[in-house]
Design a protein around this ligand. Structure first.
Ligand SMILES: [Zn+2]
Length: 215
C-alpha cells in the first residue's frame, strides 16, 4: 500500500510530547483502563466539526464519554436493511452493549453541514442534490426540518435549522425499538444540546417550553 505515507513530522513530534508528559504522568490510569475496558455512562453524537471539543467542554476524563461524530450530528431512522449504517451501529453499541445512561445529541453554531442542507433545500447547492453525493443524501435526514422552518432572514433560519435538526435526530432515535424501550423503562435519558462556538454558550432543549434554553 504505497499510497499510505508516514505521518507528518509535526504530528510525530506532538505524539512524542504527549507520550513523555501526559501518558507518563497518568500511566497507572491508562493501565487500569486497558485492563478493565470501558464503562462510559454517557454517549454523545456530535458533529465532526473540528471546533467542537466534547471532552474538553465537559471536563471529561478518559473512559467517560462514548462519542460518535458525523456530519451535522444526525441520527437516521431505524433502517434494519443489512446495509452499512455507521451511526446506527454506534448507537446500537452504546445503548445495547455499553448500556449508557444518557445519550446526548450535540449540535452547534455555524454548522457547515446544516448550512449545506439549507442551501441544498433552497436550490442553491445542486451538487448536493446529486444522487451520488454522500453528503447530500446524508443531509436528507434533516430535510423535513428545513421545510418546517419559520419565516425570517437566512442567518436566523440557519440557526433554527441547527436546533431543529437536533430534534429530528432525537425523534429518529425513538424509532429504534431498543431505544424506545430503554427510554420508556427509564434506563436511558435523551438530551438535545446546541453550542454557540464563539460565545461558549451551551443551550439545552427544554421539552416543556419546546425550545432551547442556555444552561
Ligand atoms: Zn457541524
Amino acid at each position: 500500500m504505497q499510497y499510505v505515507r508516514p505521518l507528518p513530522a509535526y504530528l510525530v513530534k506532538r505524539y512524542h510530547g504527549w507520550k513523555s508528559t501526559v501518558f507518563e504522568a497518568n500511566k497507572a490510569v491508562f493501565g487500569e483502563l486497558a485492563t478493565q475496558g470501558q464503562r462510559p455512562r454517557i454517549m454523545v453524537v456530535s458533529c465532526c466539526d473540528s471546533r467542537l471539543h466534547v471532552t474538553s467542554m465537559f471536563g471529561a476524563d478518559l473512559g467517560e464519554l462514548f462519542i460518535h461524530r458525523n456530519i451535522a450530528n444526525l441520527i437516521p431512522h431505524y433502517e434494519p436493511d443489512g446495509l452499512h449504517h455507521g451511526t446506527s451501529a454506534a448507537v446500537e453499541y452504546g445503548v445495547r452493549t455499553l448500556k449508557v445512561e444518557h445519550l446526548i445529541v450535540l449540535g452547534h453554531s455555524g454548522c457547515g453541514g446544516v448550512e449545506g442542507c439549507y442551501n441544498m433545500c433552497a436550490g442553491h447547492a445542486p451538487e448536493l442534490n446529486e444522487q451520488t453525493s454522500f453528503v447530500g443524501r446524508w443531509l436528507d435526514i434533516m430535510r423535513p426540518a428545513y421545510h418546517a422552518l419559520p419565516a425570517g432572514d437566512d442567518a436566523s433560519r440557519k440557526t433554527a435549522l441547527e436546533k431543529a435538526s437536533i430534534l429530528v435526530s432525537l425523534q429518529n432515535l425513538m424509532t429504534f425499538p431498543f431505544i424506545r424501550v430503554a427510554v420508556l423503562d427509564g434506563s436511558i435519558t435523551l438530551h438535545g444540546l446546541w453550542k454557540n462556538i464563539g460565545e461558549g454558550r451551551l443551550e439545552t432543549y427544554d421539552p416543556d417550553r419546546d425550545l432551547f434554553v442556555p444552561l
